[in-house]
Design a protein around this ligand. Structure first.
Ligand code: DP6
Length: 354
């Protein structure tokens, strides 16, 4: 039997709190602004990827959620990512003659998401992060996550952030060759373990306009976009990093909501306009602001990626306070009605609906 190597890995979804939207170089996938995200816990939404390489394989193959992707060789991003990883292995083999030359072998990859693919739930982020980390493990590369993030970035921009847990920044970099456009850790998950995320799936269908084409349209046609990338985001990037390091939830939440709104405003300002949020999304936005007003402080933040599904960030201590209202609005009080004063809650819901 031919010699084989195998590796397996999981990568969690990350949800941006400061959005990446716009490319300055489409080949190297270099962004027009830096971004920040929170990587969800490994036990939540994730991609599991396994890879095998064997001298007798005759081509690269990929199975996504049980179905073979027959267009693999036509996917520029995938072939670019695999070529980059193989190049790193080749360099290693050149330095150490005792290593088997697996850089010339074909690879079979099996990848499974435990959540809806391409529904604005950052599936490409977890997918490419898992693929890069898995193949790097398979090829026994020694590179650290920041180095690998430069390869993952070329698969899908947001993927570079999923290589780290916790709070992560993707620094846009300045160089035209992309060598300084990389993901770095802002703080590990343990720094602020009370931070929780809840995903409200408004619609699990595939999105109409992919992030890639949506952001290109925005770059080309939106007037608001220039202000966003030159003034708004650079300042917010520093403020958000500080809010994370200071564990200042109110500031973090405000910046997160404002940035989601700013990103969707540039989508609406694109021509023709792009709509990712639907009526349910807007209901969630209104609900969150009402909840925060009800408590007299910001206890919850929303953010929406390129789709209608909301991600809510909150601190664990406020979970009951938040969920009482979410369940009341969307599930008719199912079991949460006893946690808070019924009259007050009913008054709130009545006011909200009016
Ligand atoms: C709204 O990373 O999917 O989720 O680089 O073209 O693959 P490509 O785009 P992608 O865009 C993500 C956009 C976003 C914001 C974010 O995750 O920062």
């Amino acid at each position: 039997m031919s010699e084989t190597y195998t590796a397996s890995i999981t990568a969690p979804v990350n949800i941006a709190t400061l959005k990446y939207w716009g490319k300055r170089d489409t080949n190297l996938n270099l962004p027009t602004n830096s971004s920040i995200s929170v990587t969800l816990d490994q036990s939540d939404l994730k991609t599991t990827t396994s890879a095998m390489t064997c001298s007798s394989f005759t081509k690269d193959r990929l199975w996504l959620n049980g179905e073979e992707d027959l267009q693999l060789s036509e996917s520029k991003r995938l072939t670019q990512v695999l070529a980059n990883l193989r190049l790193k292995r080749k360099e290693k083999e050149a330095k150490d003659a005792s290593l088997t030359k697996i850089s010339d072998w074909f690879i079979h990859i099996v990848s499974i998401n435990n959540f809806p693919t391409a529904a604005g739930l950052a599936s490409s982020a977890a997918g490419f992060a898992a693929l890069v980390a898995c193949v790097a493990k398979l090829l026994q590369l020694d590179d650290d996550m920041t180095e690998l993030s430069k390869i993952a970035r070329q698969g899908s921009g947001s993927a570079c952030r999923s290589l780290f847990g916790g709070f992560v920044a993707w620094e846009m970099g300045e160089h035209s060759d992309g060598t300084d456009s990389k993901a770095v850790e802002v703080a590990p998950l343990e720094h602020w373990p009370q931070m929780k995320a809840c995903i409200l799936v408004a619609c699990a269908d595939k999105k109409d306009v992919s992030s890639t084409s949506g952001m290109q349209l925005t770059v080309k046609t939106s007037d608001l976009f220039q202000k966003r990338i030159t003034e708004v985001v650079p300042e917010r990037f520093e403020q958000m990093k500080k809010s994370i390091l200071d564990k200042d939830f109110e500031l973090f939440a405000e910046l997160t909501m404002k940035d989601s709104n700013s990103f969707h405003a540039t989508c609406l300002d694109s021509y023709p306009p792009i709509f990712y949020m639907n009526d349910t999304s807007k209901k969630v936005v209104r609900l969150v602001h009402k909840i925060n007003a009800f408590y007299g402080k910001t206890i919850v933040a929303y953010t929406f990626d390129a789709g209608p599904n909301a991600v809510l960030y909150y601190l664990e201590e406020n979970e009951d306070k938040l969920m009482t209202f979410i369940y009341a609005m969307f599930k008719n009080l199912n079991g949460w009605e006893n946690k808070y004063n019924g009259d007050e809650l009913n008054k709130f819901i009545k006011n909200f609906e009016e």
